[in-house]
Design a protein around this ligand. Sequence first.
Ligand code: FMN
Length: 162
Amino acid sequence: MKIAVLYYSQTGNTKRMAEEIICGMNKVEGVQAKAFSIDDADKAWIDESAGIVVGSPTYAGNLAGVVKVWLESAAGNYDLSGKLAGAFATENYVHGGADLGMLTILQHLIFAGMMAYSSGCAKGDPVIHLGPVALGGSLDDFRETFRIYGERFAAQTKKVFG
Ligand SMILES: Cc1cc2nc3c(=O)[nH]c(=O)nc-3n(C[C@H](O)[C@H](O)[C@H](O)COP(=O)(O)O)c2cc1C
């Protein structure tokens, strides 16, 4: 079962955290997860994926415009309907706007017919509200949460579509 993690990253933080998510996802037996920059997305892989997670840096308290542009055309360009959707973000400051960015990502993916999943409080610690968030100055502190999120998202994808 394939899963795609898509991200935009100008200075590497969001890319790095996408890789942590992939690491957690690939712990789940039968799951093959790959990360792609949205500039270089593998259409065949995305179309074959049962789950899709989109990540963005936080810009001016919301997602990066490049990601929004991608999301605006994604529903028409990719086979997204009925799949599991997730979001993640990086930011430099606590309450810097990552939540709004993730909400916007999830709104677009729901609009494309996807089903949103974050694991929320249902799996206990760490509680992951809309999706995992990492602070740019201390990415290492968030590695484990991103890996756990990846593992939970992949397990849920397998549960729903396996
Ligand atoms: C144009 C711009 C706007 C930003 N706005 C915010 C912001 O509103 N809140 C915040 O916490 N960080 C903000 N940041 C910091 C980035 O979100 C943060 O460094 C992020 O991890 C960068 O991701 P990247 O390394 O994947 O490009 C901004 C950065 C840039 C370049």
